[in-house]
Design a protein around this ligand. Structure first.
Ligand code: FES
Length: 87
């Protein structure tokens, strides 16, 4: 199971964390990843100036926002690696 924690601390909240959560939830369902990926919200991850912060199995991704959330989701959770081929 891949653990995904989306920061919903106050700074990330202001940067669109609630929308990022909704986008991740929607794609999580759409791609039928409920058996493979566990989504949860987290408190501050210590990257407030570069939020929204999302931790995927111990790797922190910063700068996630409602615009790039679908790209980040696909890059890290569909393609299954972090080769950075999509930006
Ligand atoms: S509030 Fe999200 S990293 Fe601090």
């Amino acid at each position: 199971m891949i653990e995904v924690s989306i920061c919903v601390g106050s700074s990330c909240h202001l940067k669109g964390a609630p929308e990022v959560v909704n986008i991740f939830k929607k794609l999580h369902k759409e791609y039928e990843l409920t058996d493979k990926v566990h989504l949860k919200a987290s408190f501050c991850q210590g990257h407030c100036t570069n939020g929204v912060a999302v931790n995927i199995d111990g790797e922190t991704i910063i700068g996630v926002n409602p615009e790039n959330a679908p790209i980040k989701f696909k890059e890290y959770l569909i393609e299954g690696d972090s080769s950075g081929s999509i930006n």
